[in-house]
Design a protein around this ligand. Sequence first.
Ligand SMILES: [Zn+2]
Length: 549
Amino acid sequence: MKNPLNIFKLIFLTIIVSCNSNKQKVDFTSENFNLEEFKTRIATLASDEFQGRFPGTIGEKKTIQYLEEQFKQIGAKPGNGNSYFQEVPLLKITSDQTTKLQLSKGAETLILNFSDDFIGGTPQPVENIEISKSNLVFVGYGINAPEFNWNDYKDIDVKGKVVLALVNDPGFRDSTLFKGKNMTYYGRWIYKYEEAARQGAAGIILVHETEAASYPWGVVQNSWSGTRFYLADNTVTKSGLKLQGWLTNEAAHRVFKIAGLDYDQQLKTASTRGFTSVDMKLSTSINFKNKVEYIRSNNVLALIPGTDLANEYIIYTGHWDHFGINSKLKGDSILNGALDNATGTAALIQLAENFSNLKVKPKRSIVFMAITCEEQGLLGSEYYAENPIFPLNKTIAVINMDALNIFGKTKDMTISGYGFSELDDYAIEILKEHNRYAAPDPSPERGGYYRSDHFSFSKVGIPSINMSFGVDNIEHGKQWSFDTMSKWISGNYHKPTDNYEPNIWKFDGMVEDIMVYFELGYKLGMTDKYPNWREGALYKAKRDEMMKQ
Ligand SMILES: [Zn+2]
C-alpha cells in the first residue's frame, strides 16, 4: 500500500455518500482518522512499559492515566460525574503453586503436580485451604439446565465433595442436545464453577480438552498462574467452594484409570441423555496457602453528550486489561495483549475522537468504556452492570470490541449471538451500504458470545452486540482466514507473543471495521427507537420488565 491516506479518503467518501442517502450528515473526513496516531495508541498500550496491563499494578496505573489523558485531549467528557474512573473493588487471591493434588483408592495413590498436571486456586478469602479425603464425583458436564431438561446433579449429593466436570456442553458431541455446536452459557467454566458452588461442593475440577475448550493447556496455565481476582461480593466467594481448578487431559485419563473407569466410555455416557453422575470412590486431598488482598481496579469512562435525547446512552465497550507478567516464563515474560485488546482499547479512543469531532452530535449520548478484569472472568463489566452509572433502562445498546482485524480487508464482519437482538439489523444495513455483509460466528462452539464484556450487559437485559472481524478475506478467501486465525490463536492467544507487529499486521481491514462500529453507534444515537431482544432470546423478559419503568 503506497499511499494509505488515499484509500481512507475513499472509505470516508463512501460513508459520507451513504449517510447522505439517509438524510443524515456525518461530517467527518479522512483528517479525522489519523492512522499513524491510531497505531501509536496501540503501540503505547501494548508496550513493555505498560507491563501487560494487569489490574492493580503499575501497569494499570499507566494504562488508565493514558486513557484519561487521551480522552481529555480529544475533548471527551468524564463519564462518571467529574471523574473518568469507576472503582471496582476486588478480592485478589494468590495461591501457592507448589501444592500437589492427591487422589487415592485403597493402597493406590496418584499425586498430581501443579501446572504440569493440574492448576487451580480458591475463591475463598482465607489463608489456608484444606480439603482432606473428600469424595471425587464425576458429574459429566456439571450442568443443571431445566430448559434443556438436563441435570447432572440429580440424585446425587455433592455437599462437601469434589466434583470433576467436562468443559463445553453435551451439544458439542451430540448435535441433537442443547443447541448443538452453538455453545450455551452452560458450557462456560464460569457457569460450572457457580453451579458447583450452588450445589454445595467443596471443589470443582474441570477436565481440559483442547478442542472442547477451544484453547490449549498453555492458555489455562497463563490464565490461572497463581493470582486470580473475584468481585468482593459474588456467589462463588460466598459459597463453601474451596477449590476451583483444571486437570490436563492426560492427568484426567490417569484419574479415571485408578478409579477403574474408562475415560472415553465415561465421556460418551456423559454426552447421552439419562447420564447419572458417578461416585469415583477416590479420596481427594489438597492443601495450600493463599495471599489475600483487597484491591481497587478501575473502569475508565468517557462521554460525548447527546442533544435531544442526551439522557439515553449508547455504550461502546472494550477491555483494557490483560495478563501482565508471568515470571515463570523464560525469555519474554510480558503478556502485552496487543491484539487482545490494545486494538479494541485504541479503537475506543479513536471512536471517541470521531464523535468528538462531529459538528452535529447524535441525539443520544455516546459512552466509551474501557473495562478492567475482563480476562479474570468479565469482572469489570459485571461490576458495572450491578452498579451502573447510567440507568439500565436508559442504556439503549452496548457495542463491544474485543480484538480487531489484523489480517486484511474482509467482505464480512461476524456477529456472535447472531439473531439474538434487533441490533443485528442495524449492523446488517450498515455493512450492506459498504457492500459487505454480516455473518454469524463461524465457530459458535467456542462460546464467543459468553466470553467478552457485552455478555455482562446481556445478562442484566441490555441489548448488546459483539461484532468481530470477518473471515471472508477479500484477498485470500475463507479457508485462508480460518487457517491463519487458528495459527494465530495457537501461537499467540494469551501468550507473550501477542505483540504489536506493525510490519506484519494489516490495518486496512481494521480501519474499515472501526468505521462500521462508528456508524453503528451513530445510527443508534440518531434514532429514537429502542431496539430489543428478539422473541425467545434469553434476556428479553428482563429488558421488557425494566422498560416498563
Ligand atoms: Zn479479549
